[in-house]
Design a protein around this ligand. Structure first.
Ligand SMILES: Cc1ncc(COP(=O)(O)O)c(C=O)c1O
Length: 367
């Protein structure tokens, strides 16, 4: 009997990218494979995206980027978050393009011999990126250094707060591009849209978009499903039923007895828990598909296991559950699976978190 499995449909990854590329053309597409490709497995997904013809890959830092290079990824890679004192030698060694947020990072890149950078600008998110008051000095210095380092790109990131707020950020980005232009710098790659803006606002696409979630076939919108966007969810999380136990009415399961049987029933034990990245609060809220039926996850999620109420024998729905049967926690709605969105809704989070928190220790299989 195999254990829990994160199974990735690489055909879905490729298909999603084709749909997205067509939607945003002629803008180039950077697929974002940070955080272990949102739990999908960074190297394998990066290679699938490379195969599907994306233009760039985006990651957070040089560690993630070098891991992609070690895995044989050839596409240009942008990494945009760096610790103070980063020397950027690895960027040169592994042909990684830094996204830089301040003068110190620009100087460090020049000192290391980094040939090209993207400038990260904060247009209102208040995370990384140079803020507006820093733009003149940063742009002046980039212009002075133009013989030693090329500003190939300029980037920002939207807050997705409202069309108005995003519009302000976009306007600010256009101002920054204009200021660079006045200094003779016209970066060919200008990008600020992630999944939501890429799909919603044509004007946000400029010359490139950075798409994470949608590439994996998940929707960034609460009111639009992946299917509505022409996407198919690539990831399925499954686990075998490793135990079946009868419990009498009134008996509880797992720590704190947050659930007690209202009738005599049976519990299926699944070898997945919060150490695997399952949200601890999914107990008594989420559902798993076992034997063709959606069944409630009951009691607290433990570190390495969870229990599902499969009903008395024979099961309520008449569908028997056996040891070794596969439980699907979430996957592709088009084949009737519960989804990462369903799990997010039931646990008060977002689909991003449901997939990104899946532990790297879970085996991944790619088909
Ligand atoms: C800077 C940056 N660009 C792009 C993305 C991709 O966002 P999404 O997954 O919504 O497409 C992220 C993800 O958070 C990000 O931090």
């Amino acid at each position: 009997m195999r254990g829990p499995l994160v199974s990735i449909d690489t055909a879905a990854l490729r298909q999603n990218v084709q749909v997205l590329r067509a939607a945003v053309a002629p803008a180039k597409v950077m697929t974002v494979v940070k955080a272990n490709a949102y739990g999908h497995g960074a190297v394998a997904c990066a290679l699938a995206f490379e195969d599907a013809g994306v233009d760039w890959l985006g990651v957070v830092d040089l560690d993630e980027a070098t891991a992609l290079r070690a895995g044989g990824v050839k596409l240009p890679i942008l990494a945009w978050l760096h610790a103070p004192g980063e020397t950027f030698e690895r960027a040169v060694q592994h042909d990684i393009t830094p996204g830089i947020s301040d003068l110190a990072q620009l100087e460090a890149c020049v000192a290391a011999g980094v040939p090209r950078v993207h400038l990260c600008l904060d247009t209102g998110l208040s995370r990384n990126g140079a803020v507006e008051s820093e733009w003149p000095a940063l742009f002046d210095r980039a212009a002075e250094l133009r013989d030693r380092i090329t500003v190939e790109g300029v980037m920002s990131h939207l807050s997705n707060t409202s069309p108005q707020e995003d519009g302000h950020q976009m306007a600010s980005f256009v101002t920054a591009a204009g200021m660079l232009g006045e200094r003779g710098i016209t970066p060919p790659l200008q990008h600020l849209a992630a999944s939501a803006a890429s799909v919603s606002y044509g004007a946000s696409r400029i010359t490139m978009v950075r798409i994470g979630l949608a590439s994996y076939g998940l929707s960034p919108f609460a009111d639009r499903s992946p299917g509505d966007l022409g996407l198919r969810s690539a990831l399925t999380l499954s686990a075998p039923v490793i135990g079946i136990k009868e419990v009498a009415a009134g008996e509880g399961t797992s720590y704190g007895y947050t659930w007690r049987a209202e009738r005599d029933t049976r519990l299926a034990l699944l070898p997945l828990g919060y150490a695997d990245g399952i949200e601890r609060h999914a107990g008594n809220r989420a559902f798993a598909l076992i034997g063709g039926e959606l069944r409630p996850v009951v009691g607290r999620i433990a570190m390495n296991s969870m229990t599902v109420d499969i009903g008395p024998e024979p099961t309520d729905a008449g569908a028997a559950v056996h040891l070794g049967d596969e439980a699907i926690l979430f996957g592709d709605a088009t084949v009737g699976h519960p989804t990462a969105f369903d799990w997010a809704e039931s646990t008060g989070t977002i689909n991003y978190e449901v997939v990104a928190r899946l532990s790297p220790r879970l085996p991944r299989s790619y088909r």
